[in-house]
Design a binder for this molecule. Structure first.
Ligand code: A3P
Length: 315
């Protein structure tokens, strides 16, 4: 074992143990994180060596990460694969694009072994990304979602992964409103990327789940253009952009055996396993009405309005 590495790690363990705790999370630089995630984020500051052609997919949990991974992967590798034997027919979207801070084993440095151009994802807020990312000009795609739907999706997901031990909807809702669920506050996470996308539109593309649901072909084209691989006129004539959208659709992906059975190798924290199917639930806009009262809806709308006031961002 590398002594320097392990002493850095024990120093980080020490830092994490001193962070303010709440309900199993810790507060690190104004964000609530699982202790393991806080540790990984600190370790990544040194481990992750950005390259100018890296593409980073950033999201708040349950805002469309899986969909964005599928789309960005299919778009950027479309000259390599056919649609009839495409990797996404046999691999979960979470398997083809790795998470920076959620490794598949103990080794966070896995991303350093990937060939360029790398496509990676993260739930890290902008202010916690390894500092060197900004200076390397890596492109970032952020996807945001209507918070009531994102909350309901998160509640279902945590229920799935924690079985009977998940908190009830009301207490989780209160924590969402306080900003103290993982990667929260939700609004600050969105706002940081939003502001940066206005300041540097060539570097950060800010997308919304609902916009993409209403016109996925338009947004697939926008994404391809932003990633520097626009669909050519010939490709559009051949309907390649439409094929990409069809392959990455909820209906298509959620029906594939590769996404229905078994567990992902992702190890977010000890004793937590992600079932592949947990990433595909309903894939609808407005599903919150089936779980939250109107009053809860109004309360969260009010909080969001207040928090986003003056930013130009409407969710
Ligand atoms: P619901 O729980 O509302 O169904 P993430 O990928 O960030 O974890 O987000 C998961 C949410 O995205 C879930 O929302 C899931 O069903 C939805 N989703 C997964 N794949 C999708 C796709 N291809 N198109 C649209 N939504 C998708």
């Amino acid at each position: 074992p590398n002594n320097e590495g392990s002493s850095a790690e024990s120093h980080i363990d020490d830092l994490v143990s001193k962070l303010p705790p709440k309900e199993g999370l810790v507060l690190y630089k104004n964000y609530w994180l699982w202790p393991q995630t806080a540790k990984n984020i600190m370790l990544l500051q040194d481990i992750f060596k950005p390259r100018h052609d890296d593409i980073i997919l950033a999201t708040n949990p349950k805002c469309g990460t899986t969909w964005l991974k599928a789309l960005a992967f299919t778009i950027t590798t479309r000259h390599r694969y056919n649609f009839h034997d495409h990797p996404l027919l046999t691999h979960h979207p979470q398997e083809v694009v790795p998470f920076l801070e959620i490794p598949t084993n103990e080794d966070l440095s896995y991303v350093e072994t990937l060939p360029s151009p790398r496509l990676v994802s993260t739930h890290m807020p902008m202010s916690l990304l390894p500092g060197s990312i900004a200076s390397h000009g890596c492109r970032i795609v952020y996807i945001c979602r209507e918070p009531k739907d994102a909350f309901v999706s998160l509640w279902h997901f945590l229920k799935r992964i924690h079985g009977g031990h998940a908190p009830d909807l009301d207490s989780m809702f209160n924590r969402f409103c306080e900003g103290s669920l993982p990667s929260g506050p939700f609004w600050n996470h969105c706002l940081e990327y939003w502001k940066e996308s206005i300041a540097s539109p060539d570097r950060i593309l800010f997308l919304k789940y609902e916009d993409m649901m209403s016109d996925p072909v338009r947004y697939a084209k926008k994404l391809a253009l932003f990633l520097g691989v626009p669909f050519t006129g010939e490709e559009e004539e051949d309907g390649v952009h439409e094929q990409v959208v069809r392959l990455c659709s909820f209906e298509m992906l959620s029906g594939l055996e590769a996404n229905r059975a078994g567990n992902l190798k992702l190890r977010p924290r000890p004793n937590v396993v992600y079932e592949k199917s947990a990433f595909f639930r309903r894939g609808k806009v407005g599903d919150w009405v089936n779980y939250m009262s109107e009053e809860m809806g109004r309360k969260l709308d009010y909080i969001m309005e207040e928090k986003l006031k003056g930013s130009g961002l409407v969710l």
